[in-house]
Design a protein around this ligand. Structure first.
Ligand SMILES: Cc1cc2nc3c(=O)[nH]c(=O)nc-3n(C[C@H](O)[C@H](O)[C@H](O)COP(=O)(O)OP(=O)(O)OC[C@H]3O[C@@H](n4cnc5c(N)ncnc54)[C@H](O)[C@@H]3O)c2cc1C
Length: 452
């Protein structure tokens, strides 16, 4: 479909995916656009939620656009909750008993924190961390101070919550089911590095191989302790549930829309119903167009999907092609980046090379094909690497030897930072009986990416 000036595109969700879509549609069409959300009136950066609690930002500092941006760009905002959708009549119904018609509908409804049916999971003082409302609840739950919090589930949101609580000097116990922090994703030596950082530098009480059994209420009806499957009791006044997120699609479950974990889409982000699309955290590919995971709940993929669908809705049908996988995050003070495919354990035909600084929190974990030596991916902690270059090297299927030889090109840290390429390459040479010599950094090579 190509949106004409009489068409009405309705977007449920004012997160990064819905808002990017609206902005890019507006660049190419004067159709009517409405964005609906029941979370906040204006778009804010979800990734900055932690900084509000930590006192570095206010909600308005996390809003990338001035409040009059929407009116200036003729994007209508509606602050309400969609309770159900009549796909046959192309109509949405709201909590406030009003309704709205659409010509094209885009579902950009995001995620919700996972709950696995733990006894006590809905007690006061037990919460997830996803929405602005969760942040307000966290303020409320900690307003009188707490003696201890327990966080369930070791991933990116769990460690952010640990850091947030730590900045207010609330002791944190972190229960992680696996034998290593974010053990399903991080290779063991890098998981161990993060564990050292959070336990020694931030005094987080990290309990690995530990599963929650039950959350108990005290005489005031609020959470007072948890018990683990091994029978340990931990007194606490706050429980953070951070065992991952899943698509926020409960209100769509009894409709004709095809869903699995998320809303099923094809490479054009079309759902099973005509003129209905899904983007961002809630979209699940039946088959991923570039062989990545079918469900990717990260900021930049939502942005890319929003932009891609906007082209389709304004007449240039475009398939979603996100390129090589990458991601970045911060674990307390340690910056993490990943490019290409790095799994917790090497896959068949994969070899790894690991370098870690003896005293600082710096490490690189390279993955390459055992037979061909094709470079497959890298995790870096504490050393910032150039995304464009790794993306290019992955696309061009460069070898591990090439990557190491040109590692100085990839280093994004300012020149005055200590650089470690020499040590890294020396270690690779001695482990692999090679004689690679790191080349000097070349700006020509960095900016002229076609030059090998
Ligand atoms: C604390 C935290 C930190 C994160 N940090 C990172 C990071 O560092 N890097 C990264 O890549 N990703 C990060 N993420 C993930 C990232 O924020 C998400 O992938 C992204 O925000 C998803 O965007 P979205 O537009 O798909 O959905 P959302 O941002 O979730 O927006 C969906 C909106 O739709 C609204 N909505 C849903 N249903 C209805 C309805 N029925 N009626 C009305 N409104 C509705 C929701 O309330 C919500 O406002 C983080 C997430 C969290 C929670």
């Amino acid at each position: 479909m190509s949106a004409g000036s009489n068409d009405h595109i309705v977007i449920i969700g004012n997160g990064i995916s819905g808002v990017t879509l609206a902005r890019f549609v507006r660049k190419n069409s004067d159709c009517k656009i409405t964005i609906i959300s029941s979370e906040t009136e204006y778009f804010f950066s979800r990734t900055a939620l932690m900084y509000i609690y930590m006192g570095h930002m206010r909600l308005k500092d996390t809003q990338p656009y001035e409040n009059d941006f929407w009116e200036k760009n003729k994007i209508d905002l509606k602050f309400d909750h969609v309770t159900d959708i009549n796909f046959e009549n192309k109509q949405l119904n709201f909590e406030t008993s009003s309704s709205m018609k659409y010509d094209s509908l885009v579902l950009a409804v995001g995620s919700k924190p996972n709950k696995f049916g733990w006894p006590g999971q809905d007690l006061p003082g037990v919460q997830g961390l996803y929405s602005y409302k969760d942040l307000e609840l966290l303020e409320e739950n900690t307003k009188n101070g707490i003696n201890r919090s327990v966080i369930i589930g070791g991933g990116l949101i769990g460690i952010e919550l640990a850091e947030m609580l730590h900045t207010r000097n609330y002791p944190v116990t972190f229960l992680v089911r696996e034998g290593a922090f974010w053990g399903g994703v991080l290779p063991e030596p890098q998981a161990k590095m993060i564990e050292r950082h959070m336990t020694t530098d931030y005094h987080i009480d990290l309990q690995l191989n530990t599963e929650l059994a039950e959350i108990h209420a005290g005489s005031n009806g609020r959470v007072s302790k948890i018990t683990t499957k091994s029978g340990e009791k931990i007194d606490c006044q706050l429980v953070g549930l951070t065992a991952g997120v899943s698509p926020n699609i409960d209100f769509l479950k009894n409709t004709s829309l095809k869903t699995d974990k998320g809303i099923l889409v094809n490479e054009y982000l079309e759902t099973s119903i005509k003129d209905v699309y899904a983007i961002g955290d809630c979209a699940e590919f039946k088959e991923h167009p570039t062989g990545r995971r079918n469900l990717e709940q990260v900021w930049y993929t939502g942005k890319m999907m929003g932009e891609t669908l906007a082209y389709t809705l304004t007449g240039a049908k475009t398939a979603y092609k996100p390129g090589n996988w990458f991601n970045s995050a911060k674990f307390f003070d340690i910056e993490y980046q990943t490019y290409g495919w790095v799994f917790a354990k090497p896959q068949e035909n994969e070899s790894v090379f690991y370098w870690e600084h003896p005293t600082k929190y710096l490490s690189l974990y390279f993955v390459f094909n055992t037979k061909t030596h094709e470079f497959k991916g890298i995790n870096t902690f504490g050393i910032r690497l150039r995304h464009e270059l790794f993306d290019r090297w992955l696309t061009d299927k460069m070898s591990i030897e090439y990557v190491l030889e040109h590692l100085k090109d990839a280093n994004f840290d300012p020149e005055l930072y200590s650089q470690y390429e020499k040590q890294i390459v020396q270690q690779f040479n001695s482990e692999n009986n090679t004689s690679i010599k790191p080349k000097k950094k070349s700006w020509k090579r960095i900016f002229n990416l076609s030059q090998k």
